[in-house]
Design a protein around this ligand. Structure first.
Ligand code: DGJ
Length: 708
């Protein structure tokens, strides 16, 4: 099936359910025409809108939805591109040159534009991810002349919504320990900016959006949604113009950004992906989940149940204590034992050691090998924590290379958590990290790496930068990608966890590197329900590492904490030496149950049935792709008596199949279970997990999973 319809002046991109169309106006302006439901015939799609100037106040380009507007002429809306040419001209007039389909999988459409006077070329790429109803866009800006050009803004895409000014924006806000809060607000004329100026994606916002007309919910309604696949400073601008047009621009942040494009050089923007659905926010999330799963480094390989040492012993790791914990973890059925911070040279607390990536001689006098061998003998894989981008001033690395950190020579180097940031824009820093970490991975049997990043930037200087020092923002991220990709290529069996003091670097750019994320340092189970729900707006459960810990007062019951963590990739991070035999037994039972439902949770479709944020209840359902199996989680955190858990209607079942739900004596059609409204009698702090099986596929009796 052709998904890109290539005309001479009009292009239509079709996914399974949606279409996106644009073309040239009679003035030759590349203009957006349509984004929404796929229409029956190609002739059904509208022509790009034409506009006449409005008195002497707004030029025609100001009034048309230009696909990739550059700052030029009489237009005042947010541009995608802003440049300064070597003669000081700051007006970029892009003209259409040609269109062709390039080689690739799937092959992108490339529209070439060129400045009317200067030899500056802009290639706009569009790729159709048909199965996921997603369009991917990015741009490549090339200097074909012999004088440098300064880029001051180079976004990935401007997504135009159907004409109208009464849209509601959903976005994610937060802070460290409180990431992933879903906010919904109506857009008003003007701009609403979400961004990161922190060097990484950040805890405070995420480059994700969903836009509706105010009436969509989890199950129904038109939703336009998208992400930026970038792990550094980013900007998202939702603009409503005075003429009632609404658009969302996404790209590398132009805050403090500049890029000196030398003759012959190109600047490649990251991708932005966006989609449309008529089935509400839930469907929008599931489309992103499917796409994300498809692009994970290790595909659909199930992720292991892990143990992590951090919440158990913090920096206090050594061979004997880790082996003792590992023995207990293995008894419970843990598959991967991860040693977190504290294992390397002189690392007893957070003020020393970062940069010196070899085992601490006192804690591990014989190196890491005896520990790893013991863990492997216990039947578990071994994983390790690193924080490669950082250095403590109290480290051999910093003493040898004080100039390797991001800094301005005349300014104080602000320390946060006693650490400074290595300048990964520098290739010598990248090479050093590749060498050291490659040796670590080559010399040890390491199956999993947790890559952490624990501070935000300050004094963003790069004293000996070869180009404009403000290129740091982008070149740093390219450096991180290069180091990580090189290691991943050399050690393809390693599973990677991305962490930045919790969820500080979660984005679609990381998907090329990481298999799973550390979503938040907040592991208190009730807070976690809300955090996990926010994360699920864009990322699937298989990427969501979730650990059972002892954080929180009062501590929620152990089954409740397990159930919360079973909705992602289950982990345990408690001091197991303090656990009673009964707790270890319960842990083992929970892990065994998780292993049974894991394929449904990690690979199935997720439905948010009772939203957790701001509510004392939560219910989440996962359904296998073939719809023969499902699992339902229900929680009640706190609510005054008498309050009942609201009735829950299941989703995603096959209406014609018959299903049995654990704890219910009757079997019913999927249609019935999706309309009846199930009642659960839960008290505060109680939760339940129910397996749902289609009659044809249920060959065993219902599993005793109710554990409230
Ligand atoms: C921050 C992470 O989010 C924690 O899980 C832990 O790894 C610490 N860093 C270790 O320093």
């Amino acid at each position: 099936m052709t998904t890109i319809h290539l005309g001479k002046t009009y292009w239509i991109l079709e996914t399974q359910q949606t279409a996106y169309a644009f073309g040239l106006t009679s003035r030759g302006t590349l203009t957006h025409a349509y984004w929404g439901k796929r229409l029956p015939n190609l002739e059904d799609y509208p022509s790009p809108p034409e506009a006449a100037p409005y008195e002497s106040w707004s030029g025609p380009e100001h009034l048309t939805p230009e696909e990739y507007p550059a700052y030029a002429g009489a237009k005042y809306t947010e541009p995608c591109l802003k440049t300064t040419f070597s003669d000081g001209v700051r007006d970029t007039v892009l003209r259409f040159v040609g269109a062709e389909q390039r080689i690739g999988e799937p092959s992108p459409l490339c529209i070439t534009l060129r400045d009317a006077y200067y030899p500056l070329q802009v290639a706009l790429y569009y790729r159709v991810h048909e199965r996921y109803d997603l369009i991917e866009r990015w741009a490549e800006i090339t200097n074909l002349g012999d004088a440098p050009v300064l880029l001051e803004r180079a976004w990935s895409a401007l997504w135009h919504l159907p004409w109208g000014d009464n849209y509601r924006l959903s976005h994610l806000s937060g802070q460290w320990f409180k990431e992933w809060r879903l906010c919904r607000e109506f857009l008003r004329p003007g701009v609403k900016v979400k961004e990161s100026r922190r060097l990484t994606t950040g805890h405070t916002a995420n480059p994700w959006f969903a836009v509706d007309r105010g009436a969509a919910d989890e199950c129904q309604g038109e939703v336009w949604f998208g992400v930026l696949a970038w792990s550094g400073n980013w900007k998202m601008v939702a603009e409503v113009t005075e003429y009632g047009a609404t658009r969302i621009g996404l790209g590398v942040n132009d805050w403090d950004f500049a890029w000196r494009l030398a003759p012959g050089e190109s600047f490649l923007t990251p991708s932005s992906l966006a989609g449309y659905t008529q089935e509400g926010f839930g469907a929008a999330s599931r489309l992103l989940h499917d796409y994300a799963r498809k692009h994970l480094p290790h595909g659909n390989r199930l992720h292991p149940v892990l143990y992590n040492s951090w919440e158990a012993v913090f920096f206090d790791v050594n061979e004997a204590s880790q082996i003792a914990l590992a023995e207990r973890a293995a008894r419970m059925g843990v598959e991967l034992f991860v040693m977190d911070d504290g294992w390397f040279h002189r690392r007893n607390k957070d003020n020393a050691g970062l940069g010196d990536w070899w085992p601490d001689e006192r804690k591990f006098p014989n190196g890491l090998k005896p520990l790893i061998e013991r863990i492997n003998a216990l039947g578990m894989d071994f994983g390790l924590w690193i924080e490669p981008e950082m250095v403590n001033p109290d480290s051999d690395l910093y003493r040898a290379h004080p100039d390797w950190v991001i800094h301005f020579p005349t300014r104080q180097r602000t320390q946060m958590r006693s650490q400074l940031i290595l300048n990964l824009a520098r290739s010598d820093v990248q090479d050093y990290l590749i060498e050291k970490l490659d040796a670590l991975l080559s010399e040890h049997n390491i199956a999993f790496i947790k890559w952490d990043m624990n501070r935000n930037v300050s004094e963003p200087g790069w004293p000996d930068a070869p180009g404009d020092p403000r290129e740091l923002w982008v070149r740093y991220v390219h450096g991180v990608y290069r180091v990580w990709e090189t290691l991943a290529k050399r050690h393809p069996h390693v599973l990677w966890q991305g962490c930045s003091g919790g969820g500080g670097r979660v984005d679609f750019g990381m998907l090329r590197l990481v298999d799973q994320f550390w979503v938040s340092d907040n592991t208190e189970a009730t807070a976690r329900l809300e955090i996990q729900e926010g994360f699920s707006q864009l990322m699937p459960a298989i990427t969501m590492e979730s650990q059972v810990t002892e954080m929180g007062k009062p501590l929620m019951p152990l089954p409740f904490r397990f159930h919360v963590s079973m909705m992602g990739v289950l982990g345990v991070s408690v001091d197991l030496m303090k656990w009673s035999e009964e707790e270890l037994r319960l842990g083992a039972e929970m892990i065994a149950l998780y292993k049974e439902i894991r394929p449904i949770v990690q690979l199935g479709d997720q439905y948010r049935l009772l939203p957790a944020q701001g509510s004392p209840f939560a219910a989440v359902q996962y359904v296998s792709k073939d719809k023969t199996e499902s699992v339902l989680f229900v929680f009640r955190t706190h609510a005054p008596e008498p309050t009942y858990v609201p009735p829950i209607s299941l989703r995603g079942l096959d209406p014609h199949m018959r299903y049995r739900i654990e704890g219910f004596s009757e079997t019913r059609s999927g249609e019935a279970w999706m309309n009846l409204g199930l009642r659960f009698d839960l008290k505060n702090g109680e939760s339940t997990v129910r397996r749902i099986t289609s009659i044809a596929s249920s060959n065993s009796s219902a599993h005793g999973a109710k554990s409230n």
